[in-house]
Each structure stands twice: as C-alpha cells, then as structure tokens.
Design a protein around this ligand. Structure first.
Ligand code: SF4
Length: 403
C-alpha cells in the first residue's frame, strides 16, 4: 500500500476511516506505524472468513442454476469451505454448519439480480474508477454482494454479518455505496442491507426493522464529502489523541495505548467492582487537579489547542432569578435560554415588546457573580468530521462505535 509523504495510509477503506473516527490513536498504531496487532481474536476472523467463502460460493452457484435455494449444493460444499481457511479451529465446524444452514433458509434475494459476490471496487481521489492496487487508489471497498437492477436504476448492496449481537455500522454500507455510485453512474437508487444469518434475516441499516430502505444518489454522495473531510483531518492531525470508549475492551493496542490507565476493564467479581469504583473516585479528583493545573497555565500563557479543541478562560455569569420559570417560558416561546441570558439593554427593550413575560424575569433578576472558568470548545472548521456527522437520515451510524 503506498503512503502519502505525510498523511493517511492509502487507499482509505471503511475500516481505516471508522478506526480513525472511533479512536485516532488506534488508527495511528494500525495504519501509520503499521504495528502488528498484539492480541487479536484470530479465531473469530478465521470463522468469519470461512463463512464469507461459503456465502460467495453459494450465491454464485444459485445465480448459475437460477434457483433461490440449493440445500444439496450447500451441504456438499460446507466441509470444503470450512477447510479452505488455514488455521481455523476445527471444533467450530458444527457452529459453521448451523450458520450456513440458517443462511440458506432465510436468504431472500433473487439470484438473477446478483451482479457479483466478493467484488473489490477502487476509486481515485477524483472519484474515477481504477484497478485495485493501482498507485492512484484512494478508496477501496470489498463488497460481499452487489445486485444491479438496471430497469429500476437500483443497486442493492448487501453485507453479511456473522456476529451474534446484530451490530453493524451504517457507514460501511454508505462507503460501499459511494464506490458503486462512481463505478456505475447510471445507478440512481441504492438499497443498503445487512444480512445476519445467525439471527435469521436481513435488516436495513436505518432501523432494526426488516425492511430495506432505498437512498438516492445525492444522499449517498454526501458520504463522499465526509470521506474527503476525514482524509484532510487525518492529514493534519499531529496528535492522534486516544478516544477511550467501551470499544477499548477489544482493542489490540491496549498494552501500548497512551491512555491505558483510563481504559475500562472487565468487572466480574466484587473485588474488581470495588477496584473500579475506587478508580472512578480517583479519576474524578484527578480531573479536578488536571483542570486546575491547565487553567493556571492557560491563564498565564493563553489558549491551548489540542486537535480541534481549544482550552481557554471565559467569564461565566450566575443568574439569580427563577431559572426553572425562565426555562419554561423560553420553551413556550421557542427561544434559546442561552440567547436570552446574554441580551444587552437594547435587546431587552425589544424583548419587552415581543416576549414581555421573559423580559420581566430578566429585568428583575440580578447577576450575582461573574467568575472566570476554563472551558474547552470545538474549534469551527470547514468540515466537521465528528463521527456523528453522517448524512442525514442515517441513524444507525453510531451503532458499533464506533462510526
Ligand atoms: S485502547 Fe482505546 S484509547 Fe487506546 S488505542 Fe485502543 S481504542 Fe484507542
């Protein structure tokens, strides 16, 4: 994989993008330093690979014979699919068999609509299709199944998940949809679907209902803006600040993580529960001490910037009036309380004409104290690439955040 002189490892993929959005330090270890994973559940990966070999072979066979199901073929090939993955734990064969039989039972798609299985799509930074492995490759995706229905100008993108939890990240299908959009410009609609053979069905990435939802080309292409923004952000990220979350539990880089003391651990016995409670108390106090130390520095030397956050000192006013009443009135008038609390005397006069009840509370209230306090705010940037900022209508993105 070629690497830009200074910037993200190319080609980008769903995995690298979601890794960065989930935790920049994890991205750094995996894609910048290219460290080998220290602890990784190889067994689960091998099991998933064997299932995917089977899904693709079975899909291709159904397309060839033009039938929706062929249990005879499935049963005759299962041992071969399982053995094709080196190092797989043989004791999981029965489990594998169960997953494949479930797959055959519930697999709902028309075999004739399948365009390809296990298709690798690559594009350049300009969004032009290119061959996998070419030096211009900017983004790549490995699609489990792609259906093309030309008369409806529709592409159906299906990703098979072998987990038991039903977890999946919508960003994955959106990134695949972007690749399909650039490779097949005639496609106007996209159906994005996760199929969970263990759970016996498919589901839309937009909800837990078993109903696929179509999205237009315009909506899909908004994800391309997100990809470019993430690329810019990685290129300019000097810190790769770790983001501690529940995902740390399965992170292979815990032993070398700079946030290791803060990474949550398993709580399964009373002593470990007590230990966690003790750590929470220590961390709470430690945060106060850290804030105080940084606040003293910021007071003397000015704001400090860490990634897209800026630590600075700001004045905070304390309001002496009836806050609950004020909030209720603001809600009734659909006005932001923050806006109301910062009005000056001219704005107060105009408020007096329009929302008299609010203005009366404000004019009778007094500011009892003004304190300075250290705050940290997100710095405005042209592209905000927080994991939340996925095109509208995509509510499943945070499902394994992990976007
Ligand atoms: S342990 Fe957590 S914070 Fe550290 S690199 Fe992994 S995901 Fe990031």
């Amino acid at each position: 994989m070629p690497t830009l002189p200074s910037g993200p490892t190319l080609p980008l993929s769903y995995s690298s993008i979601s890794n960065y959005l989930g935790c920049p330090e994890k991205y750094k270890h995996q894609y910048v330093e290219r460290l080998k994973n220290i602890v990784i559940d190889v067994d689960d990966i091998s099991f998933g690979s064997a299932c995917h070999v089977g899904f693709a072979d079975y899909d291709r066979h159904l397309k060839k014979i033009g039938r929706k199901r062929s249990l005879r073929y499935l049963k005759s090939r299962m041992a071969h699919w399982f053995a094709s993955v080196p190092g797989i734990d043989g004791s999981r064969y029965d489990e594998f068999r169960g997953v494949m039989l479930q797959f055959a039972r519930y697999h709902p798609f028309n075999p004739q609509e399948m365009h390809d299985a296990e298709q690798l799509l690559t594009i350049t930074k300009e969004g032009k299709p290119c061959a996998p492995g070419s030096p211009e490759s900017f983004m790549i995706g490995h699609l489990d199944r792609l259906d093309i229905i030309p008369e409806r100008k529709l592409a159906r993108i299906v990703d098979y998940k072998t987990n038991r939890s039903g977890q999946a990240n919508t960003l994955q299908l959106l990134i695949y949809a972007v690749l399909v959009a650039f490779h097949y410009p005639e496609i106007k609609w996209f159906e994005l679907i996760f199929e969970f053979p263990r759970l016996g069905g498919i589901r839309s990435p937009y909800s837990r209902h078993y109903v696929p939802v179509s999205k237009s080309r315009d909506v899909v292409l908004r994800t391309w803006d997100l990809v470019l923004a993430v690329f810019d952000k990685i290129s300019q990220d000097p810190e790769f600040v770790p983001r501690v979350s529940t995902a740390c539990q399965t992170c292979p880089y815990i032993p070398i993580c700079s946030a290791r003391p803060y990474v949550p651990v398993q709580v399964d016995t009373e002593p470990s529960a007590k230990e966690i409670g003790r750590s929470i108390l220590i961390l709470e106090n430690r945060q106060k001490v850290y804030r105080e130390a940084l606040s003293r520095y910021v007071d003397r030397h000015g704001p400090v910037q860490v990634n897209d956050r800026q630590f600075s000192i700001e004045g905070v006013q304390h309001f002496s009036g009836d806050v609950n009443h004020l909030l209720a009135l603001c809600k009734a008038h659909k006005i932001s309380p923050q806006k109301v609390l910062t009005v000056d005397s001219t704005q107060l006069k105009s408020l007096m004409k329009r929302e008299r009840d609010i203005a009366e509370i404000l004019s009778s209230a007094v500011v009892v104290s003004v304190q300075s306090r250290m705050t940290h705010k997100k710095i405005d940037s042209e592209h905000d690439t927080s994991a939340d900022e996925i095109p509208s209508g995509v509510d499943g993105v945070k499902e394994n955040q992990t976007l």
